[in-house]
Design a protein. Sequence first.
Length: 439
Amino acid sequence: MRESAAYSDSVRSLVVDTTPLRISPDFRRLWLGLSVANLGTQLTVVAVGLQVYGITGSTLSVGVLGMFALVPLVVFGLYGGAIVDHYDRRKVALVASVVSWVAIMVLAAQGWAGNEHVGLLYGLTAVQSAANAVNSPARSAIIPRLLEARLMPAANALQAIGFQVALTVGPLLGAGLASVDFGLAYTVDAVLFTFALGAVFRLPSIPPVASEHRRERVGLASVVDGLRYLGTQPDVRMTFVVDLCAMVLAMPRVVFPAVGIWYLGGGETTTGVLTAALALGAVTSGLLSGGLARVRWQGRVITWAITAWGAAVVGFGLVLVAVGRDRPEHVLWGALAIACLTLVAAGASDEVSAIFRQTILQTATPDDMRGRLQGVFIVVVAGGPRLGELFIGSVSSAVGEGWAVVVGGLLCVAVLWVVVRAQRTFWCYDARDVMTVDA
């Protein structure tokens, strides 16, 4: 009996900690609503890309769609964070959610109407992206007001699971529904988004706290205040720096289409499998995150997690180097299996890093600055992988995809340890010393 109880306790300590869901009805509703809504969001991302390509027949036009999403995200991510710190966070999230929902409804209407004007799709994508740039920091800044600081690692792990499941299932669902009718795909997204809208509506009022950092009006000065504050917080700043090391230098996603054609065979199917492998690693890491809630030296865990990310990316690149750029007629199943294992490891490592980077940002930042720093977080998360795709893509044109990925992974690890050694307080970051400023 004792052995059975000990085994049961060890299993419970390994699997994801669901305490935040049990003790906070507000967090539970928000988590469920966002998880469902994220599924619809990923569905629409695929459907809009397919519709743009169907109208124009141009891959460049689909690429331009990405710019219409990225630019508003960067601009409104910074400004939206200041709005979050200035007004009631529930109201900010609710207004931004309504704007997103209306944009989705218009997408559905144009889909059913058979729209052939790509400009409308660009405009609606920009509106959605701008709304999300305000909504995301608002929701992230709300959660520390719903839960104790000690529960933030578990809460972030739960959110990661919901997002990664949506990232895995959403594109498949979106492609399937879009093949039937674009209007149907967007309508499903509109229905799913109502779960998030309802969850935000049922939140309590979350007004801003009185602070010297809050100006009378929201403007550029408020944004600058946030950036200036970030400059005084080396450990929080390091969460952005180390993430950029991983995403800018070692994001392998850009080579997946070429890998499916020139290295492993299988074309688009292999590209999808490799993408799913990254997400599977992240989901697995989240499901087995029970022990993360008790981690004390969070900076060290982030450092080792990104080191593991870089090493796994190097492993993926070495698989490509080993098989060569020979354009196989059939799928190289053995090599594909090994490549997927390296990407599962990479995805799992990246998720551990993400959980603790978000935890440090939420717990080490005073409440009146959380919105603005979450806005910076949005910019880094959105821009880092894009820069990484440009970097790996450029190196690939010189040395080939396999060696480009190997070089990127090695650079990631090397630069990471240089910056960590330069900022020793991050390595010594102790979660027990964190003091939060709550309302």
